[in-house]
Design a protein around this ligand. Sequence first.
Ligand code: OGA
Ligand code: MN
Length: 281
Amino acid sequence: MSIEIIPTGAPAGAEIRGVDLAQPLDDATFAAVENAYNAHGVIFFRDQNITPEQQVAFSRRFGEIEFNIFGERWSVPGAPEIVVVSNVTEDGRPIGIRRAGENWHSDMCYAPAPPRGTMLYALEIPDLHGLTVGDTEFASAAAAWDALPAPLRQRIDGRQAIFDFSSRKRAFPLTQAERDRYPPVRHPIVRTHAWTGRKCLYVMRDDCVGIEGVETEEAEALIAALADHIVKPAFIYRHQWQAGDLLMWDNCSVQHRAIQDYDMPLRRLMHRTTMGGAVPV
Ligand code: OGA
Ligand code: MN
C-alpha cells in the first residue's frame, strides 16, 4: 500500500489515503498510521467498507478494547466490543447511545485509566438538503497548552483535578451500580503525551469538580477559564462526516464534541470502539 498523510491544516487532524482497512495492515504501514495518529491527534480514512470484526481487529492494534457502561446497553449484536452511537429510534426504542458527547469532553476521563483513543466508523450520516450535518469538533489540548502564558503554566503544571462521573448531566439516568463503578478520581490537569512527550491540558468543565490544593471558588473559575481556552477556534478541527469514514482521536491530545444540529427522520449511525487505557501522567 502506498500511504499518504494529508494534514487538515488545523492544529489537529490528518486524512490518511491509500489504506484499505478491510485488509490487515503490514507492520510498516501500521507504524506510519500510528505515527500520524500520535502526531495529529485525529486521523481519518475515507471510503472504508469494514465489518465489526475488522474494526475490532484494527482497534486492538492500538491497545486492548475498553468496555464501558454504554456498551452494556447498546452494543452491536455479536460484537460486544462495539457500541452503537445513533440518534435513531426504532419501535419507540433508541438503537444506540444518543447525544454521545454534546459538550466538550475527553472520553471516560472519570476512569482511573481512560482509553488512549476512540474510533468511530460512520455507517449513516444525516444530510439536510445536501448539507452535511452532525459534524464532530476536535480541539487540540496540546496547542492550547503551548499557547498558555508562562505564569499560568507554572501555576497549573503538576496540579491534579478531581473528576467526578456522577457530576455530569447525562442523556439517561445512571443506576446506583453505574455510579458506584466510577468513584471520583484524580488526574493531572497537564498531561504528558505517552508517545510524543507533548504537554496537553486535561480540564473539562462538566467532569472536573475541583483542583487539589486550590480553594473551591478559585478552582471553579480556573477550570472554567482553562476549559474555554482549550476550545478556542484557533485550536479546532471540525470534521464533516461522509458515510464510510473511519476516524479516531487521541483522548490525551484532543477534546471533542458532537454538533447536535439534526434529528429524526434524519439518521446518524456510527460504530464506536475505545482502546488502550493507561493512567494519565
Ligand atoms: C463519542 C463521541 C461524538 C460524535 O462517541 O465519544 O463523543 O460526534 N461522539 O458522535
Ligand atoms: Mn466522546
